[in-house]
Design a protein around this ligand. Structure first.
Ligand code: ADP
Ligand code: MG
Length: 683
């Protein structure tokens, strides 16, 4: 067999892996030999030292050389067979459940000397080993060091080690894919060298130079794959959009807002993309309220000016409606816009679809279903999609393809993510980032208050209401159960009603979408002052008159989540407040979270801190991002390698290097099968 192909072949290729073992491994997503290779040992078991029975330590794996003294075979059901062994210092029993006498006599022949290794128990004043697996008359077969793997239930250490040993004998020499510069940074360790060393039980040490090489390979391959998707999408040609870009002054005259530098830069990035002959596939990232929608709408206007239509998708109807209203407010009658949602009547819907086909609508707003449904446009030129971090690579690619041949894509996300994760999650897109908040936007002042001081909080709320402000009151999930979750908010709602009267609304996970929209609208129209809720309100909705958010049991939330919640206020003219309530004793981490929130309103900084506190696997939205998790790399621990890989990718993109030398690496690491399936860039 071709040596390289061996790595990608099915685990069943190995003769010790039969149907049963293969099933167990596949359940853990171990399909190829390469998957097995990347499951590194977590520890080692040292069986080299022979211990006398009198010196045995209980509950440890130890090795002994003993004489087989006596069989005790009770021949009664449920009673185990026993073999008494000894050395010159004492006795030990080998206990066998479910083993035939013949087998026992064969591995432990009477009066013979054998070497045994296993975990030592102590039962009724006697040492014993239960179902020993390491027994031989040849001590060299037993007295060695073994790797310990994070085993899949049902596979013994012995078998697993045997399998890995088989694989190690067949690891091919691959041509080096890294440049000499990178290789030097990786201590000149080759891929094969690192694999062999990492599986060598005598050298287990995850901090060493061998693991570094493998971690870098994983990061670099991930980035390269994303970068290739990005350049593939760019190769999709389109007609360039022809328009005269707005000047800063024109934008001001149009929307009466002084855009921030980051907003202007983003508009510029997008304008360049629209004018180019390659399809745009760009992500606009920025905290809630940083002004992404405005940027998207200006871009839409350019597209409309150049004779194309725009489709603007939001995750919920209420958000779609807000975008629609903002567009109408900003652009008055300059453009023809409409909105299509699940609530649109049949006749409206029919009319809208017809108008889209006849180019009588310039921009259509709706939910993400606009993309799923069959909608015919006369001339679609831009898809804008809000809150899109929940989309995976494949869905994004599909979106770009589906829009038609002249269609650009602009995606927006209000979930700030750490720098190392941008390439990881969004490396297949170009990115523009808005960090700067609009001027005269005040930071949300953040307080923390013990639950005991509820009366002070209530006084504060009263004050805010008398100033005609509105309040969010968030009750968290107490347990992972909708019922309890819902109960805590109901209780708070009833308590507050007694104090504040009827102008209070309640939202929780058991309320259906239609009622939910009704309540949110009531809050938007200022018919209620306090909205008690669990975390069910989407982040993007603009409630300009809400200036205070109370978060109960705030220690139950992660940092990024608290920041997102806080982002529901602070968008209007008034000073806004966030009150983090907590029960008496706070953990070290909870204290840190509160401190960070009080010190900054910058979502990007907060996401960095969050990742450091919690580990990257738990980041908000990360699990829904549709991306594969790394098997070895960790953006917190290996930040330097992420940056090294990112810079290397930039070099490669600039130099338009021949990528053939990466073919084998890509084949090994492309778990999404994106490139192999859709692009065939390896051919
Ligand atoms: P995002 O989509 O990033 O959450 P929006 O574009 O919805 O933010 O903007 C939030 C609010 O801030 C809107 O009411 C918008 O009109 C306003 N806004 C946006 N940019 C600016 C700016 N540069 N100066 C002042 N207000 C702005
Ligand atoms: Mg928004």
């Amino acid at each position: 067999m071709d040596n390289f192909k061996y790595l990608l072949s099915d685990i069943k290729t190995i003769d010790k892996i039969g149907v049963k073992t293969s099933k167990l491994l596949k359940k853990k997503n171990i399909n190829s030999i390469f998957d097995l290779i990347l499951r590194l040992p977590i520890d080692k078991i040292d069986r080299t030292k022979v211990i006398k029975i009198e010196n045995l330590k209980i509950n440890e794996v130890q090795s002994l050389i003993v004489n087989v003294k006596k069989y005790v075979f009770p021949r009664v059901r449920n009673l185990p067979n026993k073999v008494i062994c000894d050395d010159d210092t004492g006795e030990i029993d080998c206990i066998f459940f479910n083993s035939y006498e013949g087998y026992i006599k064969k591995i432990l022949p009477l009066k013979k000397t054998v070497t045994i290794s296993g975990k030592i128990n102590y039962y009724r004043n006697r040492y014993q080993i239960t179902n020993p697996k390491y027994i031989s008359d040849d001590k060299n077969k037993i007295l060695n060091i073994q790797s310990k793997y994070n085993l899949t239930e049902g596979i013994t250490d012995k078998k697993y080690n045997y399998i890995i040993n088989e694989i190690m004998k067949n690891i091919p020499n691959l041509n080096e894919w890294h440049s000499p510069y990178i290789l030097k940074k990786l201590n000149n360790v080759s891929w094969k060298e690192s694999i062999l060393n990492l599986h060598n039980p005598e050298k287990i040490n995850r901090q060493n130079i061998f693991i570094k090489r493998l971690i870098y390979d994983e990061i670099f391959a991930t980035f390269l794959i994303k970068s290739q998707i990005r350049s593939k999408i760019k190769k999709n040609k389109k007609n360039s959009k022809i328009f005269i870009p707005y000047t800063k002054k024109e934008i001001f005259n149009l929307i009466k807002l002084n855009l921030t530098n980051d907003q202007l830069k983003s508009i510029d990035d997008i304008q360049c993309d629209l004018k180019s002959k390659s399809k745009m596939f760009r992500l606009l990232q920025g905290d809630v309220g940083s002004g992404k929608t405005v940027v998207a709408l200006i871009s839409a206007l350019n597209v409309i000016k150049s004779g194309y239509q725009v489709s603007f998708m939001a995750p919920t109807e209420i958000l779609a409606k807000q975008h629609f209203n903002l567009a109408r407010k900003l652009f008055k009658n300059q453009i023809k816009s409409d909105i299509l949602t699940g609530k649109s009547s049949y006749s409206d819907r029919k009319k809208i679809l017809k108008n889209l086909k006849n180019n009588k609508i310039n921009i259509i707003f709706g939910t993400h279903s606009l993309f799923q449904e069959k909608v015919d446009y006369k001339n679609l030129g831009l898809i804008i999609i809000d809150e899109q971090h929940k989309f995976g690579v494949k869905q994004r690619k599909a979106l770009s393809d589906k829009g038609g041949r002249n269609c650009d894509v602009l995606a927006m996300s209000a979930t700030p993510i750490p720098r190392t994760m941008i390439m990881t999650i969004f490396g297949d897109m170009d990115t523009s980032i808005i960090k700067e908040k609009p001027k005269n936007r005040k930071s949300v002042i953040t307080y923390s208050k013990s639950q005991n001081k509820l009366s002070e909080v209530l006084k504060f709320v009263k004050q805010q209401i008398s100033n005609k402000s509105q309040i969010f009151w968030v009750c968290p999930l107490i347990e992972e159960s909708k019922k309890v979750d819902h109960q805590s908010s109901v209780n708070r709602y009833n308590d507050l009603k007694k104090i504040f009267g009827e102008r209070i609304g309640l939202l929780h996970g058991l309320i259906n979408n239609e009622d939910k929209d009704k309540i949110l609208n009531k809050f938007l129209e200022r018919k209620i002052d306090i909205l008690v809720s669990t975390t069910v309100i989407e982040v993007g909705i603009d409630f300009p008159n809400a200036n205070t958010i109370i978060i109960e049991n705030s220690n139950k939330f992660g940092l990024s989540q608290l920041h997102q919640l806080r982002g529901r206020v602070g968008r209007g003219e008034k000073q806004s407040y966030c009150i983090l309530m907590f029960k008496n004793s706070l953990s070290e981490n909870a204290r840190k979270r509160i401190k960070i929130l009080k010190s900054t309103n910058d979502g990007f900084q907060i996401s960095e801190e969050d990742m450091k506190l919690r580990g990257y696997g738990n980041l908000l939205g990360f699990k829904q991002s549709g991306m594969e998790t790394f098997r070895l790399a960790d953006p917190v621990q290996n930040e330097d390698l992420f940056i090294l890989a990112e810079n290397e990718i930039k070099k490669i993109e600039l130099q338009r290097n021949n990528l053939n030398k990466f073919n084998q690496m890509i084949k090994l690491y492309d778990r999404a099968d994106v490139i192999v399936d859709n692009f065939n860039f390896l051919d």
